[in-house]
Design a protein around this ligand. Structure first.
Ligand code: CP
Length: 327
């Protein structure tokens, strides 16, 4: 069985539940191993072409998808909105169909509008991967976050994860809550009421406004950036007051248990949601998240373009790896 329910990865719900997420993580183990080789490249997607359609800025997601595609030997097609005919008024549909007409197998899409990747998936035959759409979802971020927790704690199940900060505007929070709770974690959202969604009905989480009380109880403190680009009004009195109440300051980090981990999807605003020195503590997994992002995205592209139901290998069992993964 494929871990993916369909031809696209638009949200965490496109994965076949807990089994699907775990299967992607096992496949990611193989690609972590590939990434550690002297020549971190396999021929798995030779002859395939992956295009990026990023209508919003990105450092990590775009570069790691590009690295992932190249490590799988796919050809890549870069698209920059700022230097494209989007500036002349070309629509999303026409842009997606134009790129597809050049011959591509997958489009990785980031857009400020929730649902844009879903719309594109109805217009093109290529596989579509959501690399972040508005406040909605960022499924590969959730996969790499779950993978990073599993790498450091052995599993996601049974652990208490606090997601702290601007939940309201965060696609990462929505995808992470779905992935973490599907995998059996307990999730607490910590934010001022103005930075929570208007309704949390159906979210399998608890909510707290008291970060000092929550921190000693967590295995993972997951910080979120204040998404000021999505705010239409002032939702906190000032950044200074926000940091004083909800920032992971040096003093507050001392409330964490000795084994607790600190995570952040990036980009960070050091000194706002996380103190500069806390971001660099040994318990901070922020660069591990980035590193694992490449292998997770290799797994996703491989599943969409190169594999199929029968190519989900047990972790690191070289005899059962897909042939294309072997050196
Ligand atoms: N985490 C994340 O999506 O980072 P970028 O915006 O840099 O891609």
């Amino acid at each position: 069985m494929s871990p993916l329910l369909g031809r696209h990865l638009l949200g965490v719900e496109d994965l076949d539940g807990r089994e699907g997420i775990e299967a992607v993580m096992r496949l990611t183990d193989s690609f972590v191993e590939v990434s550690e080789r002297a020549i971190p490249k396999v021929p798995a997607l030779r002859g395939k072409t992956v295009a990026w359609l990023f209508y919003e800025d990105s450092t990590r997601t775009r570069l790691s998808f590009e690295t992932a595609a190249k490590r799988l030997s796919a050809d890549t097609m870069n698209f920059s909105v700022s230097s494209s005919s989007v500036k002349k008024g070309e629509s999303l549909r026409d842009t997606a169909r134009t790129i597809e007409a050049m011959g591509i197998d997958a489009i990785v899409v980031r857009h400020s509008s929730a649902g844009a990747p879903h719309r594109i998936s109805g217009w093109v035959d290529a596989a579509v991967v959501n690399a972040g759409d508005g406040w909605h979802q960022h499924p590969t971020q959730a996969l790499l976050d779950a993978y990073t927790i599993r790498q450091h704690l052995g599993s996601v199940e049974g652990h208490h994860i606090a997601i702290i900060g601007d939940i309201k505007h965060s696609r990462v929070a929505r995808s992470d809550v779905a992935a973490f709770t599907t995998l059996g974690a307990r999730v607490t959202l910590v934010a001022p009421p103005t930075l929570l969604p208007p309704s949390l009905e159906g979210w399998p989480v608890t909510v707290s406004h008291d970060l000092d009380a929550v921190l000693p109880t967590v295995d993972v403190a997951y910080l979120l950036r204040m998404q000021r680009e999505r705010m239409t009004e002032a939702l906190v009195p000032s950044l200074r007051e926000y940091t004083a109440t909800f920032g992971l300051t040096r003093r507050r980090a001392e409330l964490l248990s000795p084994d607790a981990l600190v995570m952040h999807p990036g980009p960070m605003n050091r000194g706002v949601e996380i103190a500069a020195e806390v971001a660099d503590l040994p318990c901070s997994l922020i660069l591990d998240q980035v590193r694992n992002g490449v292998a997770v995205r290799m797994a996703v592209l491989y599943l969409l373009l190169g594999a199929g139901a029968d190519l989900v290998p047990p972790a690191l069992d070289r005899t059962q790896e897909p042939e294309a993964v072997r050196a």
